[in-house]
Design a protein around this ligand. Structure first.
Ligand code: HEM
Length: 403
């Protein structure tokens, strides 16, 4: 049976810090004992696998993005005539500037990769089920905020893809019936994409980065109320739990080192592997590139946007593909939490990952001919998984004797 995994889990009250100045501070503001309770003595299920490393990885990459972003912002010029030149100056003249930018760009890609793994992990192990609904919803809030931040960041160098990507996004927003033109105007600030737009997106990018930190704090606080789920999805008794430190600090550190190896290889050996060469040409409103395509992490949504015949329909489908995740805790009422113990759901999840990748490939190759058909099948499967398969599995499992 699914149910709260914690209460018997972390009964220990915060122990006050002992000795001297620290104890004096702690008696007035219990930050030290609070930290010890939540991060050192906090009881964790002993069976968490490597997929539970990604929360820590996301937190570390977020810190790196903020640190590198602040230094980039100090040298960036948010105007249509100065943006591209300032980025070039950062790359070529600013001491270590190329490294800052390589880290920030690689960080954005790997952050999104880690985010997708973190999200699909939650879907697979049923981490969205009660009592973790708020944890799940705060995570989805983070996903939306990160997407807006990544898009706003991509606009800033004001290369060809920045400009034409913004143009496509503006037209997609403009397709909303009735209020589309107003929304597009609010987004772009004037009739032409230029200074006002870049300024807006620079401020948005900067602001959202810090807002994300605040929401991460809510997300982690919610995690500490319900406690982590685990691969079995069943409540873990205290005798099968371990304090967070040293077991999970060491495990998280190991995951971080392995992730850092991939990060360093990409940032320093193949800094341009994940970036679009066309964006190394300055924005030119008079010349449309042969292929307008977003960064790889937006491709599934771009594929979805293109697979639906009408522009507005595509927009609804792309937005709906994320919004539907918000109601997953209520679509899936099964008493069994983890897909490990739900064979039909496990198979369905494999199909869901395939559909997501296929939508990305459609975005890459443009929804024409065979790709269009593939895109529609993938989109249909994606929505059917949540609206039909999950509720049906749940109904069947509710009729079974409790697991
Ligand atoms: C800025 C982005 C995010 C950060 C920094 C972050 C951070 C964390 C951390 C540190 C944990 C605990 C370690 C772990 O379970 O891996 C966690 C758990 C969790 N996160 Fe996130 N998260 C983010 C985005 C998301 C998103 C997009 C979702 C999906 C909706 C999500 C859903 C969850 C869930 C359900 C858990 C509990 C997992 C379990 O115990 O089974 N998070 N997150």
């Amino acid at each position: 049976m699914s149910g709260p995994n914690l209460p018997e889990h972390n009964p220990t009250p915060a122990q006050p810090a002992s000795g001297g100045v620290l104890s004096w501070i702690d008696r007035r503001l219990p930050v030290i004992s609070g930290f010890r309770k939540e991060y050192i003595d906090f009881l964790m299920p002993a069976n968490l696998n490597a997929l539970w490393n990604f929360g820590a990885i996301l937190t570390a990459v977020l810190a790196l993005m903020l640190a590198t972003g602040i230094f980039l912002a100090m040298n960036y010029t948010p105007t249509a005539s100065g943006a591209f030149a300032s980025v070039e100056m950062i790359e070529r003249q600013l001491p270590g500037g190329w490294m800052l930018r390589a880290m920030h760009m690689t960080g954005a890609s790997l952050f999104m990769a880690a985010l997708y793994i973190h999200l699909f992990r939650g879907l697979y192990y049923g981490s969205y089920k009660q009592p973790r609904e708020i944890l799940w919803i705060s995570g989805l809030g983070l996903l939306l905020m990160v997407m807006v931040t990544a898009f706003a960041g991509y606009v800033l160098p004001w290369g060809q893809m920045s400009y034409w990507g913004a143009d496509v996004a503006g037209k997609a927003v403009g397709a909303v019936p009735g209020i589309g033109a107003t929304l597009e105007h609010i987004m772009e600030g004037s009739d032409t994409l230029g200074d006002i737009f870049i300024h807006r997106f620079f401020v948005l990018h900067f602001l959202m980065a810090f807002a994300i930190v605040a929401v991460v704090a809510v997300h982690v606080a919610a995690l500490h109320v319900s406690g982590p789920n685990n691969p079995s999805g069943r409540p873990v008794p205290a005798k099968e739990s371990v304090p967070f430190h040293p077991y999970y600090t060491t495990k998280d550190l190991t995951g971080l080192v392995l992730f850092a190896l991939v990060f360093v290889a990409l940032a320093f050996l193949w800094p341009d592997l994940l970036s679009e060469p066309e964006n190394y040409r300055p924005a030119n409103p008079m010349h449309t590139p042969a292929d307008i395509e977003p960064e790889w992490y937006f491709l599934p949504f771009y594929g979805l946007l293109q697979s639906v015949p009408s522009k507005f329909g595509g927009l609804v489908a792309a937005a709906g593909s994320i919004l539907i995740l918000f109601v997953v805790p209520w679509l899936d009422r099964s008493p069994i939490r983890s897909a490990r113990e739900r064979p039909a759901c496990r198979l369905g999840m494999a199909g869901l990952v395939l559909a997501f990748v296929l939508m990305g490939l459609v975005g890459r190759h443009h929804a024409e001919g065979g790709w269009m058909i593939a895109g529609r099948i993938a989109a249909l499967y994606y929505f059917s998984y949540f609206l039909v398969l999950l509720p049906l599995c749940a109904r069947r499992e509710m009729r079974q004797p409790s697991a």
